[in-house]
Design a protein around this ligand. Structure first.
Ligand code: GLC
Ligand code: CA
Length: 554
């Protein structure tokens, strides 16, 4: 495998709106990010992915872009962005922007021109169909609920939006549109970006001609996945995009890839793949139900283990997955993957180590390094996220009471990850001097960066140790390039694996509050990490304490 500059890096996702507010308007911004670069450098981060901060009406919090060449004034200016890239560079850090090109905003100039002249150049930038009374072009359900078809204002046509109606899909079949996308990517790469995280990319290829599918809910609609499953030929678009953009710059690209076909993995992330990496969502989809969030099941430790190992096995050494326990679309990993009532420093550290040392690139989502947890909602009025509002409605339609509906969607809400970063125990968690755009999680008085940075036993300090271990020249080759081999795979509430390269490392997590005994096959040479002060071992038998995690050199 050809070594690439990003292989041994550690990445960190920033959700700009909630990271740090520099001017007291309650909204995080780019100057705020710049002021926290030293914090990230101290943690050991090399690559920073920014969720969108382009000009946007923020209908989907910036994933609806109205100008790809401008920064939204709420986040700062282009000069701020240039400064961020330069300041990152000084610290040997790379900035990734979010590439949102399955759709734009309905406030983008292209869309406005399409409304003015649907048969002209820009009409063909979108998927438009003639409007027929009482009949929709297809029965697809949008990801955020309702039909994917909406009237094109001022015309007798309708447009397709697989996400929100303020996010019209771009027509990738049109070479003129593709040229615009590549021009935009190269413009940003010329500015010195390290690369991109690529949003919702599996949606760019539609199965043509459009047709309806068997309805799968009472609303008579069929989930978008039905159509996507049938789409063929996405590789032609992705290969072209790679060749015209990323490849020329040796840029890093990580795709939000779902439902790829197993035989396509080498094309996606193998040598000369479409992307440098793609996220592993196998854990995130655990327990999901086709009926909606209200019907999802909790993820058990055994489910979590199975999902991680399945993903690892699928990829093997073809390329690198990007491993996450959470992102801006997910609840907090510690609240989801640790059994209810057991969320504590030990279990948070265990989850951190088990995830971080998998083969692949570790991505940390802001606040994950503090063990930030899900928040609480006392009423649906406190919810901002459009997806949660839709799922709440779905739950009500299924017959749940408003209280039950709120309860059932709360644990899945994307707002859990979007509450402001908890910097300190000062007012508003030190995030802003104004009124935060989204309520701060009330537990900031006990979970915050300032306190944890001073505490050698904090979750933050543990993440620092994990990062330092990945970068330690003695172990880096093994952790980055070594193979992963599950061990004691069938043991209940135990997740363990070998990483084998120049060295042999054994990672063991006791995924329960009860103790558990492990018989080691040999004596460990070194204990590289332990989330407890001591290791209880007699004649090769280790007594693992509740949620203890060990990283041993064998
Ligand atoms: C991706 C983003 C999500 C957004 C959606 C539409 O899944 O991560 O936040 O809502 O795409 O752009
Ligand atoms: Ca601000």
């Amino acid at each position: 495998m050809t070594k690439k500059w990003w292989h041994n890096k550690v990445a960190y996702q920033i959700y700009p709106k909630s990271f740090y507010d520099s001017n007291g308007d309650g909204i995080g911004d780019i100057p705020g990010i710049i002021s926290k670069l030293d914090y990230l450098q101290d943690l050991g981060v090399d690559i920073i992915w920014l969720s969108p901060c382009y000009q946007s009406p923020l209908a989907d919090q910036g994933y609806d872009i109205s100008d790809y060449y401008n920064i939204d004034p709420r986040f700062g200016t282009m000069a701020d962005m240039d400064c961020l890239i330069a300041e990152a560079k000084k610290r040997n850090m790379y900035i990734l922007m979010d590439l949102v090109v399955n759709h734009c905003s309905d406030e983008h100039e292209w869309f406005r021109k399409a409304c003015e002249d649907p048969d002209g150049k820009y009409g063909n930038f979108f998927y438009l169909r003639d409007k027929k009374e009482g009949e929709l072009p297809t029965n697809w359900r949008s990801y955020f609920g309702g039909s994917v078809w909406e009237d094109l204002p001022g015309t007798n046509k309708q447009y397709l939006h697989v996400f929100h109606k303020k996010q019209p899909d771009l027509n990738w079949e049109n070479p003129e549109l593709r040229e615009e996308v590549y021009k935009n990517i190269n413009w940003w790469l010329d500015k010195g970006l390290g690369g991109f995280r690529i949003d919702a990319i599996m949606n760019i290829k539609k199965a043509l001609p459009f047709r309806s599918y068997e309805p799968d809910r009472e609303d008579g609609l069929a989930g978008i996945h039905n159509m996507l499953q049938e789409a063929r030929g996405i590789g032609e678009f992705l290969g072209e995009m790679r060749d015209r953009t990323f490849k020329k710059y040796d840029a890093f690209s990580v795709g939000e890839v779902f439902n790829e076909k197993p035989e396509e993995i080498p094309d996606f992330i193998g040598e000369n793949g479409y992307f440098s990496s793609m996220f592993d969502f196998n854990e995130a989809i655990c327990g999901q139900s086709p009926n909606g969030w209200y019907d999802a099941s909790p993820v058990t430790p055994d489910d979590y283990k199975r999902a991680c190992f399945e993903a690892q096995e699928k990829i093997g050494t073809i390329g690198f997955l990007s491993n996450i326990i959470e992102n801006h679309d997910e609840p907090r990993g510690v609240s989801r993957y640790i059994p209810a009532g057991d969320c504590c420093n030990e279990s948070k550290k265990m989850l951190a180590a088990l995830n971080f040392l998998l083969r692949g690139l570790p991505f940390i989502y802001q606040g994950q390094e503090l063990g930030m947890e899900n928040t609480t909602f006392s009423s649906i009025e406190e919810v901002d996220d459009i997806s949660t509002l839709d799922e709440y409605q779905v739950a009500l339609n299924a017959g749940l009471t408003p209280e039950e509906a709120l309860q059932s969607v709360a644990g899945h809400s994307r707002d859990n990850a979007r509450t402001p970063m908890q910097w300190s125990d000062a007012a508003n968690a030190g995030f802003t001097t104004g009124t935060p755009w989204l309520k701060v999680n009330p537990n900031y008085t006990s979970i915050n960066a300032a306190a944890q940075m001073e505490d050698p036993d904090s979750v933050h300090s543990f993440y620092k140790q994990l990062i330092a271990l990945r970068k330690n020249p003695a172990y880096s080759e093994t952790i980055v390039y070594g193979t992963l081999e599950p061990v004691w795979k069938e043991r209940h509430n135990l997740m363990a694996y070998y990483r084998r390269g120049e060295k042999t490392l054994l990672v063991i997590g006791n995924y329960q509050r009860e103790e558990q005994k492990i018989v080691l096959s040999g004596m460990p040479k070194t204990v590289l990490l332990n989330n407890y002060p001591t290791l209880v071992m007699e004649n090769g038998v280790v007594t693992m304490r509740g949620y203890q995690v060990l990283v041993l050199e064998m």
